[in-house]
Structures are given as C-alpha cells and as structure tokens.
Design a protein around this ligand. Structure first.
Ligand code: PPY
Length: 292
C-alpha cells in the first residue's frame, strides 16, 4: 500500500485544528501529526516532514490569530517555500471542562482557567459573568488545556466537547462562546511542488492571499496599492496587519482578494501593485469555501 501523506496540526489530539484537519483530509488516506506550536507546523511544511499543515487564521468573534499572522510575516525568511493551498471553516462551540465539582460554578470552586488565547477572547461574556477574577493561563491549544486540567482538580479548561471525551473530563458548562455563530477559518499550507496547480480556469470562486510592505513616509502609499484591486475589479475579502518589527509603527499588511493568481487580471494587478510596494509575497490561491 502507498505510504500515507502527512497532515500536521496544532495538537494534542482533539484541538479545533485537529477537527479542521479531519474535515479537510480523509483519515483513510492521510496520517495526522500533532505539533506543539503553529511555528512547528510552518517548519514541518517547509522542511517537507509533512505534506500539509492546518493553521487557524481568523475567528468571526475574535479576529486575526496573531501567532499565525506573525509566521506569515516570515521576518527571518524561514518559510520561503510555504504556500496556502486551501481554506476550511469550523463552527466552534466552546465548553468549560474539568473534573467533577459541586455546583454552582463560581470563583470559589475554580482555581485557574486554562485555554488558548483565542478561546478566552471568544468567551468573555461567560467568564465575566461566572468566573470573574479567576486567573487565566494561556497555553498552546485548547486540547493542551484539557490535558493539563485532567491532572489539576481545581482548574478548568475552555475546550471542545470532543476534548471532554478524549481527555475524560466533565462538561461543566456547554456552549460558552459569546456568539452562537462563532466560526474559525483555517488555512491549509503546503509547498509548491507538493501541490499541482489548483486553478481550473472555470467559474468557481477563488481567493488569493498576499503580504506586502509599503513606504510609510509616502502619503497615499497604502491607498495606491489597494486601488489596484479596485481598478481590476478584484474584491477585497480581508485585510490585516502586523508590526514590521524593523521600524516601530511600520507594518506588514495582508490582503485577501477574489481571484486566482494564475488569472490574467490577477497577474496584472499584482504586477502593478509591485510598483507601490517595497516588497510583496503572494502566499497562494485557493477555492473560496465561505458559506453564504
Ligand atoms: O487551541 C485549539 O484548539 C486550536 O486549534 C486553536 C483555536 C483556538 C480557539 C478557537 C479555534 C482554534
């Protein structure tokens, strides 16, 4: 039997990234390898120790996953071959997990709350109402939080229902997310050579992710670079920025727009945009899977 290809995700098992990876890849045909950090996923893709990597990119309630954006900044040029080849949307319903304790839940019977920083940001209302003042501890993933809480009886974790089953924890409170339509968007990474062109020239909707820097001293530099998309009839679907970490208050911008990098209009727009940028990188094109 042919060797299975590998998909790297933010582990341990039962994280939301794991669930997104299982939604994207058939377990019969792929092996799923947990990683400790999102940086490890980028490295594993770059070094070809995995064919694919699944990373959280943004959340409908809490916005950009800044750890991931910082890796896309690639300030040290470590991920030159990494490309985005696909996207996936996951409905995220958080639960408060822990070992059994007498009800009601209150700061008197919870010593600490462990979770991924994104999850804290998605459950502010519940935490303020029921667990105000309880110490919060950021850990690498929600499933890591569940793993820790299994050994720390007073503590609780914000994680998924699946994590409660995998780690043998009680659900102390279900659906604690601020917004019932809480959704996280994941990107699938791979290297160019692992992926045949995913452009079929058909009527399907594609999106492209581009990162770029501009001359901050020139008035209108950002406006000029973005106007190119308007001029070519390419709709912008997201915009984000991170500090350049070269000069304070200078930024690396990320824009996603409708269209595939192999389309003529997109090629022209990117070429024109280059005139207004100090540097840019096209991270890849992929089918737009947003539910409308
Ligand atoms: O921590 C996880 O389980 C992740 O995969 C990152 C994350 C955290 C919160 C919502 C969605 C993804």
């Amino acid at each position: 039997m042919a060797q299975k290809q590998i998909v790297a995700y933010l582990g341990p098992r039962s994280s939301y990234s794991h669930q997104a990876a299982l939604d994207c890849f058939d377990p019969e045909a792929f092996e799923f390898h947990p990683q400790v950090t999102i940086a490890d996923i980028f490295s594993a893709v770059q070094t070809r120790s995995t064919t694919y990597g699944v990373v959280p990119f943004e959340n409908s309630t809490n916005g950009s996953v800044v750890f991931t954006l910082d890796l896309f900044c690639d300030r040290d040029g470590l991920f030159s071959d990494v490309q985005v080849v696909s996207e996936a949307y996951l409905d995220v319903h958080h639960c408060l997990l822990g070992l059994p304790r007498p009800a009601p839940l209150s700061p008197a019977n919870v010593t600490k709350i462990y979770s991924h920083p994104q999850a804290f940001g998605q459950c502010e209302k519940f935490l303020t109402k029921h667990l105000k003042g309880v110490e919060r501890v950021d850990v690498s993933s929600t499933s890591k939080a569940a793993e820790i809480v299994k050994r720390e009886p007073g503590a609780v974790a914000i994680a998924s229902r699946i994590a409660s089953e995998v780690h043998g924890l009680d659900i102390l409170a279900p659906n604690i997310e601020d917004s019932p339509d809480n959704t996280t968007r994941f990107l699938v990474l791979s290297t160019g050579e692992a992926q045949e062109s995913n452009y079929d020239g058909g009527e399907r909707r594609d999106k492209t992710l581009i990162g770029f820097t501009i001359d901050h001293a020139r008035p209108g530099a950002l406006c000029d670079s973005l106007r190119v998309f308007k001029d070519h009839g390419l709709n912008l679907t997201s915009i984000a920025s991170r500090p350049s970490r070269v000069t304070p208050w200078n930024y690396i911008f990320f824009v996603e727009f409708s269209g595939h990098k192999e389309e003529d209009g997109v090629k022209k727009a990117v070429k024109e945009m280059a005139d207004y940028c100090l540097g840019y990188r096209v991270w890849g094109s992929f089918r737009d899977r947003q539910k409308r």
